[in-house]
Design a protein around this ligand. Structure first.
Ligand SMILES: [Zn+2]
Ligand SMILES: [Zn+2]
Length: 160
């Protein structure tokens, strides 16, 4: 499976949080009651544009921006940073001594071991190595889902 680029990871997690566009997420941050300093419409428009740059892999988010976004979108900052490094490595042909280890992500919603989807049946599991049970077709046999999940666990595919 192809490595998910950091922008795609961000976009999928943003969508999973219910925001249709990066601008919509920025607007939500703007009306937040959390401890974020009041900012002008213009500043939040800039934030939307910045998020869009990151989602299209033109400029990855800086660490402080990653932490800010993580307060509104359920994503794992360490996974995002890992994908940024892998993306850079892929473009430059770098091979790391320990291997270019990829995090396990759902190809649809980009949930991971760190942030499972919350469904009526509880947390999601792995239906396939890169597909979670929340995103797998509804007709998917629950027993197979269970088996796939326990196989994934046995592989010791602990949070890379
Ligand atoms: Zn999923
Ligand atoms: Zn999931």
């Amino acid at each position: 499976m192809a490595t998910m680029r950091p922008g795609a990871y961000l976009a999928r997690r943003r969508a999973a949080a219910g925001f249709t566009t990066p601008e919509e997420l920025a607007r939500r941050m703007g009306v937040s009651t959390l401890a974020i300093r009041r900012a002008s419409e213009f500043e939040f428009a800039q934030l939307g544009a910045r998020l869009r740059l990151a989602e299209t892999d033109r400029q990855p988010l800086a660490p402080n921006q990653i932490r800010l976004v993580a307060r509104f979108v359920p994503f794992a900052p360490d996974i995002y940073e890992q994908l940024v490094v892998l993306d850079r490595a892929a473009r430059h042909g770098w091979r790391f001594a320990h291997g270019n280890i990829e995090p396990q992500l759902c190809r649809v919603c980009a949930c991971s071991w760190h942030d499972a989807c919350v469904t009526d049946a509880g947390a999601c599991a792995w239906a396939e190595a890169d597909l979670c049970t929340a995103c797998a077709p509804a007709e998917f046999d629950p027993l197979l889902v269970h088996l796939a999940a326990s196989r994934a666990a046995q592989r010791g595919s602990v949070a890379a």
